[in-house]
Design a protein around this ligand. Structure first.
Ligand code: HEC
Length: 271
C-alpha cells in the first residue's frame, strides 16, 4: 500500500458529498463514477487487514503468517486466484473465507462457532466490517492482477463444482426461486441493477468474479463472496445459510470455474 494510495483513499472518504453533487444522470454514469480504484475506501480497510494478519492474537497468541492458503505456509501471492481448492489437512474444499476460519481456529485458537456467529459487519446494528471480512480483503488483494485459476483436479474439487452447478438450478424456498431464476439470461435486471448471467455467459461471470471483494457503497463496507451468497439467498427468502458452509463453497466453486482466465481487478466497487 503506497502512502499516496492511502492518502488518495482518505481524501476520497472525506469527500462523498462532492462526488454525489456531480450531476449523474443515469445509473451507468453513477457506476462509472465509482470505478476510480484509488478513491476506493477498501484500500484503507485493507490496511487494517494487514495489521490483523500479522498481529499475534487469540488464545494461542499467534499470527496468521503461517496459514497455508494452498501455496504453502505464509504464501499469499497468487493464493486467492487459485481458490476454492482442496486442502488435505481439513479434507475439504475451502474458499478464502472458510480457510481463514480454519487458520483462526488451528493457529490462533479461536472457536469456530464464535467466529461464524457474527461473520459480517452490519449497518443495521452499527457494526463495522468484521476481522474476517477485512482479513479476506487483504489476502485477496495479494492476487490483484493475477488470472483466476482454481484447480479442478481433486475429486472433491470436481464434486464441489458439480454440486454448485446443481444448486444453482435447484428451486427452493417460499418463492420457489433458484439462482437461475435471476441469473441465467442476458440483459436481465431488477430495477436498475443488472443481473449477471452465470449460466455459460463467461463474460458476465468473469466481470463479477474478477471484481470481488468489493466495496459496497450502499453498505459503507467491504463485502466478500460469502456475503453475496448470503445476500442472494436472503433475496430468495431462504433461511440464513451457514457461513462458509459446503453449499456456499460449492456455489462459489461453480461461479469461479466459469470466470477462469479473467485477471483479478480488486477491490471492486458496487452501489
Ligand atoms: C430474486 C433474484 C435473485 C436471485 C434468485 C439470486 N440473485 Fe444473485 N443477485 C440479485 C441481485 C438483485 C443482485 C445485485 C445486482 C447489483 O446490485 O448489481 C445479485 C448479485 C449477485 C452476484 C454479484 C454480481 C456482481 O457482479 O456484483 C452474484 C455472484 C450472485 N448474485 C449470485 C447468485 C447466486 C449464486 C444465487 C443463488 C444462490 C443468486 N444470486 C440468486 C438477484 C438475485
Amino acid at each position: 500500500m503506497t502512502k499516496l494510495k492511502t492518502l488518495a483513499a482518505g481524501i476520497a472518504l472525506l469527500m462523498p458529498p462532492l462526488v454525489m453533487s456531480q450531476e449523474l444522470k443515469t445509473a451507468d454514469e453513477y457506476r462509472a463514477a465509482l470505478q476510480d480504484k484509488f478513491a476506493n475506501p477498501a484500500t484503507l480497510i485493507a490496511d487494517r487487514g494487514e495489521s490483523l494478519f500479522k498481529e499475534k492474537r487469540g488464545p494461542k497468541n499467534a499470527s496468521l503468517e503461517k496459514c497455508d492458503f494452498g501455496k504453502g505456509p505464509g504464501v499469499l501471492k497468487g493464493a486467492f486466484a487459485e481458490l476454492p481448492r482442496y486442502f488435505k489437512d481439513t479434507n475439504k474444499v475451502e474458499d478464502l473465507e472458510s480457510r481463514i476460519v480454519t487458520c483462526m481456529v488451528t493457529l490462533q485458537g479461536f472457536t469456530e462457532a464464535k467466529i461464524k456467529a457474527q461473520p459480517f459487519g452490519s449497518q443495521q446494528f452499527n457494526r463495522p466490517n468484521t476481522d474476517l471480512e477485512v482479513l479476506a480483503l487483504y489476502i485477496a488483494l495479494q492476487s490483484d492482477g493475477m488470472k483466476i485459476n482454481p484447480p479442478l483436479n481433486h475429486p472433491k474439487e470436481k464434486e464441489a463444482r458439480m454440486v454448485g452447478e446443481a444448486l444453482f438450478f435447484t428451486r427452493h424456498g417460499p418463492m420457489d426461486f433458484s439462482c437461475a431464476t435471476c441469473h441465467a439470461s442476458d440483459n436481465k435486471r431488477i430495477r436498475l441493477q443488472e443481473l449477471g448471467n452465470f449460466m455459460g455467459n463467461q463474460k458476465d461471470a468473469q466481470k463479477t468474479m474478477s471484481t470481488w471483494p468489493t466495496y459496497r457503497v450502499s453498505h459503507g463496507m467491504v463485502r466478500n463472496m460469502q456475503h453475496r451468497m448470503w445476500d442472494c439467498m436472503w433475496q430468495m427468502r431462504l433461511p440464513d445459510v451457514d457461513y462458509a458452509s459446503p453449499a456456499t463453497i460449492a456455489l462459489i466453486s461453480y461461479l469461479t470455474d466459469q470466470a477462469r482466465g479473467a485477471s483479478l481487478d480488486i477491490p471492486g466497487i458496487r452501489r
